[in-house]
Design a protein. Sequence first.
Length: 200
Amino acid sequence: MVTTHALVGLLVALPLAVFAPDHATAVLVAGVVGGIAPDFDVLATHRKTLHLPTYGTVAAGVALVLALAVPTPATFATLAFFLAAALHNAGDIVSCGLGARPWHNRSERSVYDHYRGRWIPPRRWIRYDGAPEDLALAVGLAVPLTAVLEWRWQLLTVALLGVSVVYTVARKRLECVARWGVQFLPARVRRYVPERYVSG
């Protein structure tokens, strides 16, 4: 779930925010944005356009070296962003393959590796986004965050967890709703909808 990725980004950014307390907000925001940023490619080729497992890991490594060499709020925020984005890729690899109904679809495409020019097969530790184990992971991430963050970030964490619960409960119905709703979109908008929702 994108909410799980956001919580991972928040957790990754937390220790960096401790080292830059005056700029903790910027660092935490960078972690959350980095956690969800790869999924913006849902409007293009999902898990390919902005999912960069090799280059993203290299970028996180460069950001780490930069943050160690020049420890500033900007380098910490940059590190939080790239670490969260790299972990997003890893999370998608250990999850399911692509497809509108991943609990039925045995796709062998999790994330596209631009460096090697091929799709990485999914590990399926989490059967599909919104699976009960995905929610369990989100809960496990949210508990320490709510214990240590200040109230504004606690509210965000609880809100993300709430969305995760609703998504998990409704997950298997959402695909049917999306396919039904697409037919009412104007043609100029429909061309941006992923093919899996338009066909079949």
